[in-house]
Design a binder for this molecule. Structure first.
Ligand SMILES: [Zn+2]
Length: 66
């Protein structure tokens, strides 16, 4: 079960913020980054793979689990 979330950047191909312990915290961080000039289309909140959060793998597309 996912218990950590981060702000994912498609452009960077990885998490640029996190992990956070709630989606709300991650969404607030995303809003903050957009306010600082990051592209809103590029950033989204994704859950971290609970087995590979150390490697910052997204839960829905973990490279280690797949
Ligand atoms: Zn995994």
């Amino acid at each position: 079960m996912v218990s950590e979330w981060g702000v994912w950047s498609d452009f960077a191909g990885g998490f640029i913020y996190g992990p956070c312990d709630s989606t709300r915290a991650a969404e607030a961080a995303r809003d903050e980054l957009i306010e600082q000039g990051e592209d809103s289309d590029d950033l989204r909140v994704r859950g971290l793979c609970p087995d590979h959060s150390d490697e910052a793998q997204p839960a829905d597309a973990c490279e280690e689990c797949n």
